[in-house]
Structure formats: structure tokens, C-alpha cells
Design a protein around this ligand. Structure first.
Ligand code: URA
Length: 241
């Protein structure tokens, strides 16, 4: 595809793309380029201001979400959103979070501009698994493990059977892994509260087969690898375009 189209896919207008090339902000495979009409392909490394741009129809990112950011593209009250952690042109391109993490919850957040992928990944019918690590108050016991395995009645809905693995437990606090296949509002917090152990800290470790890259510091992000993208499309049960 043409370089200006590739820059366009990354949120730059045609004029901005031309201007970026003119101002020597764009390199292909290590050399600064001057022709915005030149061809670039999937095997080329294109940098804009030193940052690699995505040469595909769609963009897929993983963010290690820090506490204090909303999982939204914008907030009418002006609170910080995860989009504040990404280059501003990604918002223009239509990149948005796949599902939500609460403001105080940290860890893996996938973002994409492929709305169909998002739709199916968060559909309860697909039952894509999500694993969380939790620190909670009180002592988790086998009876909590059994309650999770049976499915917990949360009043307004019956949470599907989920997996609770206790990492450590003491009368004051416990650490555990929770794997759920749905994503209702405050679900993991409410499930742990229901078994008498309110959450102190919650971090998402995985979505389907995509694991949080522990090299990413809170607030850092990277593009997904081709294998991670495939895993997401498989989990969603749709074809990658
Ligand atoms: N469960 C919660 O309680 N909160 C989240 O953000 C995600 C899962």
C-alpha cells in the first residue's frame, strides 16, 4: 500500500501524512523517506517520530492498565481515560477498549478498531475466559472454591461457574486467581464479596489465550503479535480480514 495510506490508517489525514514525510518524521526500514506515495508492505518497518506504525487494516494493542484510568474513549466529566495513555491519532482511527476494567482495576486491556472483533469477544455467548489475580480481605477456603465452581447467585444475576484458585490464605487476607467466562459489572469483586472476601486489589492477567506481557510497566502498551491476533479471532469465532 502507499505510505500515505499507511499513515492514514494510523489516524493521520492525507495532508498530515504528506507533511510528516516532508518534515522527515517518517522512516522505512531505517532510512528517512521523502516520497509519501512510495509503496510499503507488511514486511517493512515504518516509523513515525521513531514509533512503529501498524501496516494492517486493523490495529490491536495491549495496555497494562494502571489504576486511576477509565476504560472508555472519552469521559464527559473530563476524567482520565486509557486513551490518554496512547498516541492521540489512535482515537481518531477508532481504537477503543475491548470491554471494561473498573477504574481501580489494573492489568491487561486489549484495544482495537475492529468493532466486530470487540463485539464477539465481549459477547457472553462466546464465553471468552478472563483470568484475574486478586488480593482480598479475609480467609478464602475450599467452600469458596466450591461456590465459584457451582456458580454464584448475585441477586440480579446468576454468575456462571468460575474457577477460584487460592494462592495463599490467612485470616486477614488472601491471594487468588479467578477465571470467569463473562464480564458483568464488578463481577469478580461481587463474587469475592459474596464469599466473604472483599477485593483489595484486582489485576487482569489474560483474555482468552492472550496473556499480559509482564515486561509492560503500568501505563505502557504494545501492538499484539500475529499469534496473539490469531488467538483473539479464534476466541471470537470470526475470520480475520
Ligand atoms: N471484575 C470486576 O469486579 N471488575 C473488573 O474491572 C473486571 C472484572
Amino acid at each position: 500500500m502507499r505510505l500515505d495510506r499507511a499513515l492514514g490508517l494510523n489516524g493521520l489525514s492525507r495532508r498530515e501524512a504528506k507533511d510528516a514525510v516532508k518534515r522527515m518524521r517518517v522512516s522505512v526500514n531505517g532510512s528517512v523517506v521523502s516520497d509519501s506515495a512510495r509503496d510499503v508492505g507488511i514486511n517493512d518497518t515504518v516509523l513515525l517520530d521513531g514509533r512503529e506504525i501498524c501496516l494492517k487494516e486493523h490495529m490491536f494493542l495491549m495496555l497494562n492498565k494502571p489504576a486511576g484510568y477509565l476504560s472508555a474513549t472519552e469521559d464527559p466529566r473530563g476524567e482520565s481515560t486509557v486513551m490518554d495513555l496512547l498516541p492521540s491519532e489512535y482515537l481518531r482511527r477508532g481504537v477503543a477498549p475491548v470491554g471494561r476494567l473498573d477504574k481501580d482495576v489494573t492489568g491487561l486491556l486489549i484495544l482495537t478498531d475492529d468493532g466486530a472483533l470487540t463485539h464477539f469477544l465481549i459477547s457472553p455467548k462466546r464465553g471468552v475466559s478472563k483470568q484475574y489475580e486478586a488480593l482480598c480481605e479475609g480467609m478464602l477456603t475450599e467452600s469458596a472454591v466450591n461456590a465459584f465452581a457451582e456458580g454464584i447467585d448475585l441477586g440480579d444475576f446468576l454468575a456462571r461457574p468460575a474457577k477460584l484458585e487460592i494462592i495463599s490464605a490467612s485470616p486477614s487476607e488472601s491471594r487468588c486467581l479467578v477465571t470467569v467466562t463473562e464480564g458483568k459489572f464488578h463481577q469478580v469483586k461481587r463474587m469475592l464479596e459474596k464469599v466473604g472476601c472483599p477485593v483489595i486489589k484486582l489485576k487482569r492477567l489474560s483474555m482468552g489465550r492472550v496473556l499480559l506481557d509482564e515486561q509492560l510497566e503500568p501505563g505502557q502498551w504494545r501492538c499484539l503479535t500475529a499469534q496473539e491476533e490469531d488467538a483473539l479471532y479464534k476466541a471470537a469465532g470470526i475470520e480475520q480480514k
